[in-house]
Structure formats: structure tokens, C-alpha cells
Write a protein that binds this ligand. Structure first.
Ligand code: F6R
Length: 587
């Protein structure tokens, strides 16, 4: 969702440029508008822009010197993307400026409590600034406002009477603080701290702080001072460059081999050690929870765990499960899958899982999820900058595969050498005919709709392939289990439709092919993604025949690349698809 940063520096610097540099690191969290505010000759100066951060960059002046400022990159929830709706917002007396991430659920009620106050935006966030009616630069003013808010927030504020303090608040939206010898940074992602310092503070829900160069004071929601300790910043291998490739999405697909190697290392170095025999004896069932691609990875995970470890497993969409009133039996283990570890819908289910063993599968070991679960598995895919998930999804699936085999070994006292399968996979991972995929992408790009079909694991791959394609190419698309096609969905098929059949399992191959042929007979344009032979009249995406379930990863990689190419052919930027944010921190 939105990204937030605040900076105080020891010396006067071109503050707008410093803020914009940090904001660029957060752009993956939202990019429909951005803005900043800083103290300039005792007044708060604001600059905002619609669209990507480069538009804001063009508006700022390098001559504007300062030592304190806040900035925000927005992903619209309340009010369309526009300059007026971009943050920061000013208090009525213009003493305060705030940036906010989250949702003020009772903003209409709060707005109506403010008689004679003019609002200039359609956002829920502006009410926070307008509620700051005392000009005294003190955290108590912010605490007082936050105690009136229903919903979620990470807020950073400045006050024009104090050029040495950032005021910070947090509930259900992440915010972190790092202090080095000559600057302090407050940010919604620790990505902003790289190359700056070695440790940082994490605010928990309903915690507040006053941050200045020489001291950081934390408060609870009653205004009482509290003590907090620091967390070491994990050294990251992240490079925020495209390595001369045209897009991050392509770079990240090409990095999948490294992600696979990282998981092999992780397992060889005992990364799964906390999942031991005594834990396995307690497990009666596993419930997987995730959203979007993470949910699709969980579907595969649940199937594999039933297949290998014979533990009853189900996977649920996070935003549905929390309201499903499911009876959770003793012996249930929850597995939360989230590359960002900050997805609000997923985190909301932690409440339901209280008292049960919880396992997190994440790409962010600094996240709320990693702190909340009993055991956290690090998928180590490296930072994903492209908004649509590729290497993180693939690493999630692989982690769940190794988890299923690890549980199998523990439960049945076997010694299945599953890592040798993963190593075999690496040998063929780059046997991919990009040229042929480019041609198929051209074929797909001018179709009016794309339907992905498959059975069993192939259906789960179809779901993910369809999500990826529509996310970045905007071609209407859905996925359906092959056998269901004839139960109504064939109505969608005509000569403008493309049907992509995924068939990787020998025992189901002929079944899926008959469903493909039902679509073909109705004029559908057919592409088949398979390691097996098919009729020549269909276009084919070849997949090496590795004869085990890891073939999923080969299919995922090819269909991600297909989505990427279709997006590029249609003239879109696959790294920043419309209406999608990397880390969805609102419900
Ligand atoms: C799809 C995509 C989203 C995320 C979903 C969950 O490409 O990126 O569907 O998978 O928003 O995000 P995380 O994994 O961060 O919980």
C-alpha cells in the first residue's frame, strides 16, 4: 500500500531530494501519487504530484535546503489518485503536516465533529491532520487524535515549531525507526535503512514516539513512556538495479534459479529444524492462509502435504477465512503465507490462530508476520521490486514442497532425499525456449479473453497463471478446473478466446486434452503447456519432463514469462501494473 518516510539530518541538506531518494525505494508500495513536506524558514512547505515519483522529482527544487521532512507514496483507497488527494495533509492552522498509511474507518464521523474546518481532499487521512488542533509540538497531541481513530495507521508528523522532531504513531500498519550519527529515518519498510545503520526500532500497535537526532522516546497510548529494544538489520543481498534488463519483472523471473539454490542451502543448514518430531506428533490438521499468489501457493502446499505427509490440509483465502466461523479443532497448525509479511487480510487471521502453533512462510524476516508466528520459514527469494509476484511465489511453492517432504520423513521415519529432486530441477531450470514463448505471447496478446484450465495441481497453476496475466496485461482471464469447462464455462469460448491447457501429470493428461479439444471444437485458440506429446494443431509451451511435482515450478516460470511478454507487447509497464500494490496493508 502506501509508503511513508520521515527524515531528520544533522546538517542542512537538499531535503526534498533526500526524501525522494528514499521514497523511490518505497514506490513498489503505491505509485498513483506522491508528496512531501519539509520545514523551510519556519514554515511547512508542501509539494505533491499525481502519478509516479519521477513526476514529484521533476517538481522539487534542489535549492530547497532543510533538515527535516516527511514524504508519502500513495495507493488510493479513499478518493481517486490526484494532487489534492496526495499526502501530506496540513492541520487547519498549518502548524502540522502528516503522512498516513492505513484506513480511518470512522473518518466521516470524525469529520462531522469538526465544525467550520475546510477539507480539501476526499481522503480519510486528512481528518488526522485536521484533528491536530493544538499547535503545541508534543506527542500527546498525536496520541489524543489516534485514540479517536477506528482503523489502522502508521503516521509520521512534523510541527513547524520544532525542527528537530518527527512524531510517529502506529496501529496495524508497519513503521520503523533508525538512528545513525548524523540522521534519523522513520519508514514503513526497513528497505529505507540499507546502507544507513545497523539496527532499528519496531513500533508495535498503539505505540508512539518522538524522534530527534539525539533521543528517541517511546510512549504507550496513555502517554506513559515505555522502553524498547533494537533489532539488528539483516544484511541483504538486494540490488535495486535492473542489471541492464528492461524490467524488474524479467530480472526477477531470471533470478528464480538463485531463489531455488537459496532454499536448498536453507534446508541443508537446518532451516526446518524447529519443525521436529515432537511438533509433528501434535499435528492433526494444517490450515494454510494467504491472499492472491500466496493463496495459490498455499493450495499447492495443502495438496502436497496431504499427498506426502498424509496430514489433512486445507488452504483458505485470508479475507474469507476470518469471517467463516470455522470450528478450529485442537491439533490444528496454521501456515500463513505472505511474501511481504504485512498483508492485513492475512495478519487479521493471527487473532483466530491464538493458542495454536503458527508457521509463517515469508520473504521478509523483519515483518509483522515473522514476529507474530511460532516458527518462521524464510523463503529468501531476495527483494521483489516488480509488483506482480514471480520469484517469491515460486520460492513459496518450493518451500511448501520441502515442508511436505520434511513432514513425510518425520511422520513415517523415512529418508526421502527430496533435496536431490530439487537439485535435479536446477539442471533443467534454464532449458527454456524464450523465442518460442515470445511468439506465443504475440498470439495471446490479441485475444479478447484467456482461459486457463488444468486438473489437480495444474488447476492451481492455472489460477496463478491467470492472475499473473490479468495483473500485468489487463486481458480478461479466468481459470477453471478442466472438468468444469463443460459445466457452463464453454459459453465463453469463441474464436477470439485463447484456452491454455496445463497438463503435467501423466494420469490426467488425456482427460485434460479432451477438455482442450472441447474448447477447440467451439472455435477456441489453443495453447498447451506440457512435457508430453500433443497434436500438432495446437501451439505448445514445452516443459522438461522431470517426473515429479516440482514440474510446477517449471510451468509457473514459463507462464510468468508469458504474462510478462504479453504486457510488454501491449505496451504496458509490467513492473507497475494498474490498481495493484505490493504490500496490501489495508483490509
Ligand atoms: C500477485 C500478487 C498478490 C499478492 C497478494 C499477497 O502477483 O502479488 O496477489 O500475492 O497481495 O501478498 P503477500 O504475499 O505479500 O501477502
Amino acid at each position: 500500500m502506501c509508503g511513508i518516510v520521515g527524515i531528520i539530518t544533522k546538517k542542512q541538506v537538499p531535503i526534498c531530494s533526500s526524501l525522494v531518494q528514499k521514497l523511490k525505494l518505497l514506490e513498489y508500495r503505491g505509485y498513483d501519487s506522491s508528496g512531501l513536506a519539509f520545514l523551510n524558514k519556519k514554515n511547512i512547505k508542501v509539494c505533491k504530484s499525481k502519478g509516479e515519483i519521477k513526476n514529484l522529482e521533476q517538481k522539487i527544487s534542489a535549492k530547497d535546503m532543510g533538515n527535516i521532512g516527511i514524504a508519502h507514496t500513495r495507493w488510493a483507497t479513499h478518493g481517486k489518485p490526484s494532487v489534492l488527494n496526495a499526502h501530506p495533509f496540513l492541520s487547519d492552522d498549518k502548524n502540522w503536516a502528516i503522512v498516513h498509511n492505513g484506513i480511518v474507518e470512522n473518518y466521516l464521523e470524525l469529520k462531522s465533529s469538526l465544525a467550520n474546518v475546510n477539507f480539501c481532499s476526499q481522503t480519510d487521512s486528512e481528518v488526522i491532520a485536521k484533528l491536530l488542533q493544538t499547535n503545541a509540538p508534543h506527542i500527546l497531541a498525536l496520541i489524543d487524535v489516534c485514540n479517536k481513530i477506528k482503523g489502522s495507521f502508521a503516521i509520521v508528523a512534523i510541527n513547524k515549531l520544532d525542527n528537530n522532531t518527527l512524531f510517529v504513531a502506529k496501529r496495524k500498519s508497519p513503521i520503523y525507526v533508525m538512528q545513525s550519527s548524523d540522521e534519523v529515518i522513520v519508514a514503513s519498510d526497513t528497505i529505507c535503512f540499507e546502507n544507513t545503520g545497523k539496527d532499528y526500532y519496531t513500533l508495535l500497535d498503539d505505540e508512539f514516539c518522538e524522534v530527534s537526532l539525539d533521543k528517541i522516546i517511546f510512549y504507550d497510548k496513555t502517554g506513559k513512556v515505555i522502553k524498547k529494544s533494537k533489532t539488528l538489520l539483516k544484511k541483504s543481498q538486494n540490488k535495486f538495479s535492473k542489471d541492464n534488463l528492461p524490467h524488474f519483472m524479467l530480472k526477477e523471473i531470471l533470478e528464480e534459479k538463485v531463489a531455488i539454490k537459496n532454499i536448498i542451502d536453507y534446508c541443508q543448514n537446518n532451516g526446518l529444524k524447529k519443525i521436529n518430531k515432537s511438533l509433528v506428533r501434535k499435528i492433526k490438521q494444517i490450515i494454510f492462509i494467504g491472499c492472491g499468489s500466496a493463496y495459490h501457493a498455499g493450495l499447492i502446499g495443502a495438496k502436497l502435504i496431504e499427498r506426502y505427509a498424509k496430514i489433512p490440509s486445507t488452504c483458505h483465502i485470508a479475507s474469507e477465512f476470518r469471517y467463516a466461523e470455522t470450528d478450529i479443532k485442537p491439533g490444528t497448525v496454521f501456515v500463513f503465507i505472505s511474501q511481504s509479511g504485512e498483508t492485513a487480510d492475512t495478519l487479521a487471521n493471527l487473532e483466530l490462530a491464538k493458542g495454536f502453533i503458527t508457521i509463517g512462510v515469508t520473504n521478509n524476516m523483519h515483518s509483522t508476520l515473522s514476529r507474530a508466528v511460532s516458527i518462521c520459514l524464510d523463503i529468501m527469494a531476495g527483494k521483489e521490486i516488480a509488483v506482480a509476484s514471480t520469484k517469491a511465489y515460486l520460492a513459496q511453492v518450493l518451500m511448501l514442497y520441502v515442508l511436505s517432504r520434511h513432514l513425510q520423513n518425520l511422520k513415517f521415519n523415512t529418508k526421502v532425499d527430496y533435496l536431490s529432486h530439487v537439485l535435479d530441477l536446477l539442471n533443467v531450470f534454464e532449458d527454456i525456449d524464450f523465442k518460442k514463448l515470445d511468439d506465443i505471447a504475440k498470439f495471446v496478446a490479441n485475444k479478447s479473453e484467456v482461459i486457463f484450465i488444468g486438473r489437480d495441481l495444474d488447476y492451481y497453476l492455472a489460477l496463478e497463471a491467470s492472475l499473473k496475466l490479468k495483473e500485468v496485461s489487463y486481458i480478461p482471464s479466468f481459470a477453471v478446473p478442466s472438468g468444469e469447462l463443460k459445466h457452463g464455462y464453454l459459453a465463453q469460448v469463441d474464436n477470439r478466446t485463447c484456452v491454455v491447457g496445463i497438463t503435467t501429470q501423466k494420469n490426467l493428461h488425456s482427460k485434460t486434452l479432451s477438455n482442450v479439444s472441447e474448447a477447440h471444437s467451439r472455435g477456441g485458440n489453443i495453447v498447451v503447456c506440457s512435457p508430453f506429446d500433443i497434436e500438432q494443431k495446437y501451439l505448445k509451451i514445452d516443459v522438461p519432463n522431470i517426473d515429479n511435482d516440482l514440474i510446477c515450478l517449471l510451468v509457473a516460470q514459463r507462464l510468468q514469462y508469458l504474462a510478462y511478454r504479453v504486457s510488454v507487447i501491449k505496451g504496458f509497464n509490467p513492473d507497475k501494473p494498474r490498481n495493484l500494490a505490493k504490500s496490501v496493508t489495508v483490509e
